[in-house]
Design a binder for this molecule. Structure first.
Ligand code: HEM
Length: 223
């Protein structure tokens, strides 16, 4: 199947559903492994962060197990996100129209998409989330390694570990906020979740939210 289910020459009747491929099975598996890791990291991390949240450790077999698995899930997330990064970095490069899109955020939030420039595969908001996640994951893995005493105790000083704890906690709070924005936007823009579950979106969704991408897909044949 091509990226667009309607081939030139097909007889298309008004009202026929048109679907557009957006993510391969591999990309979706990669995404949901990353998402699962982040949820598990948030839960195990919060459990270790505050005595008020220590009760969460019961879900993971107690304090010691929680402490042991948290860094390993972080390693899996790092490599899994690296997979997403390799797949999507190019589509997230900043373009001239992204500045205009951001400057008209009010129109985005009030649903006046007709006043916005045509958007490629990702809009400026999605690109910002992508780059923030990328930076924060690098900060989290590097600060995490500094305090992973089970394997790297001797390589860093107490002073460095103290700074790492602070940086790691701050980055974790920020990435949880970024993740909430990501999930909220995915639910708020109706039809988006299907992109990551079924791998497809409707032609209407693509035309409305990512018209430039749709035009590129059909090689400028869409009128
Ligand atoms: C668990 C809840 C999550 C949900 C419901 C969710 C949902 C989605 C959806 C629907 C898309 C497709 C958006 C589109 O094609 O326009 C998407 C894309 C994406 N998601 Fe998630 N996601 C979740 C968690 C995560 C996490 C934890 C990460 C990374 C740490 C992540 C990274 C990405 C990336 C990189 C993309 C591609 C968009 C881009 O490159 O700008 N997602 N997500």
């Amino acid at each position: 199947m091509t990226a667009y289910d309607v081939e030139p020459g097909d007889s298309v009747h008004p009202g026929d559903p048109v679907t557009v491929d957006r993510y391969t099975t591999g990309a979706r598996a990669n995404h949901w492994i990353t998402a699962t890791c982040l949820v598990l990291l948030a839960l195990t991390g919060l459990a270790l962060f505050s005595p008020w949240l220590y009760f969460i450790t019961a879900m993971f077999g107690g304090g010691q197990t929680t402490r042991a698995i948290h860094p390993w899930i972080g390693v899996v997330l790092f490599f899994s996100f690296a997979g997403l990064f390799i797949r999507f970095w190019r589509a997230n490069l900043w373009k001239a129209e992204d500045g205009t899109w951001l400057a008209r955020l009010r129109d985005v939030l009030t649903g006046h998409e007709e006043r916005l420039p045509e958007v490629g595969k990702y809009n400026a908001g999605q690109k910002a989330v992508f780059w923030l996640m990328s930076i924060l994951i690098i900060v989290l893995i590097s600060s995490g390694l500094v305090m992973w005493d089970q394997y790297f105790y001797g390589y860093t000083t107490i002073e460095q570990k103290r700074i790492a704890v602070l940086v790691h906690s701050a980055a974790a709070v920020i990435i949880i906020c970024v993740w909430i924005v990501h999930v909220y936007a995915a639910i708020w823009v109706r039809g988006t979740i299907g992109a990551m579950t079924r791998g497809q979106v409707t032609g209407g969704w693509a035309w409305r939210h990512h018209r430039k991408w749709l035009r590129e897909l059909v090689g400028g044949k869409t009128s």
